[in-house]
Design a protein around this ligand. Sequence first.
Ligand code: ATP
Length: 386
Amino acid sequence: MTTTETTPRLIAISSGKGGVGKSTVTANIAVAMAQAGLRVGVVDADIYGPSIPGMLGIASAPPAMTPEGRVIPARAHGVRVISMGMLTDDDRPAILRGPMVSKYLQMFVRQVDWGPLDVLLLDLPPGTGDIQLTLAQAFPLSGAVVVSTPQDVSLKIARRGLRMMEQVNVPILGVVENMSGFTCPSCGTVTHIFHQGGGERVAAELGVPFLGRIPLDPSVVDCGDAGRPVVLTAPDSPAATACRDIATKIAAESVSSGGIATPFSWTPGQAESPAAPVAPGPDTPPGALCGIEIRPEALTLTWGDGRRQTIPARDLRLACGCARCKDEMTGARLLLPETVPLDVHLTRVHSVGNYALGLAFSDGHDTGIHTFASLREMSEPEVEDV
Ligand SMILES: Nc1ncnc2c1ncn2[C@@H]1O[C@H](COP(=O)(O)OP(=O)(O)OP(=O)(O)O)[C@@H](O)[C@H]1O
């Protein structure tokens, strides 16, 4: 990312189910944040079904480049945007395999000449698949917002999305209930087409904030189709007011995972620890990584509950859970301990999102991702069966 005075907060807007209005909410809160004076960027991470350009009135024309070869984001209504929809048109859909999608996402965040930003919103595709995981692994997300309709089926899947974000240590900023009640323009009667209150219930159940409800309003559709979000075209409507309130809450929230700053990377010869330790406070989750000291032969980790744990490099190598070392289906260990040199040591340690460490070893193995939870379980050195 371009050098900025401040690092922007990376906020993922997600949903369990498709069609619940996640991109509509992203477009509206982005414009509302820009109206409030924030410097906002949007990455349309829905590579296969990009809808942000249409909603913000951005033509599908190839983006301009800087002389250094960086992509210049489109600008609309005060918001900077990058999307696959600017690189392809409707008749040439993106036909990409997973690794290419991951490359595009990394490029969208890192290789775009964003300029100074306060917030970078990532409009995720629905679900809990590859793209969501790539983003959570590649970038230290500041938080995630989950959009759902109040309908049971949508909430059930949204709950899964919330759990996934929790598992990868992404702080949940809250739940937005969209399409919540339709007010008849002739008689004023409110009909709860998709039921009501479900979003608030799920938020309460999971102990995360409820950010607000946006009513079902036909003008939201018209504004989206015309490329001018409802917060611009009908700023006094209940839908626009709700979007602005939600944007204010998201902008004000500063939930942190409570651990050391990520991303970081260490290689031997580096005298300093890769990330300065933080003192755990009363709100720090027990499993947050608060300190890391690395020597080629061992890692010393300090956790949110104050526990210090030293794990020898060979134990870490033997505990690798990657598909080459462990059968993914049965969980049976494939790595033979006698094939791991006794003096195996660490050659690289790097953060993976907010929830894991990526480790490379002197035997050339570098595909293991060790989650904080699995590292915490390694309280005793592994007993080897050599
Ligand atoms: N509050 C609302 N009132 C009326 N229509 C809405 C509202 N929110 C979204 N919509 C409409 O619902 C449709 C789906 O919205 P949108 O594309 O934002 O959903 P999505 O969750 O991003 O979908 P997907 O991720 O599957 O592409 C659009 O036509 C949009 O205009």
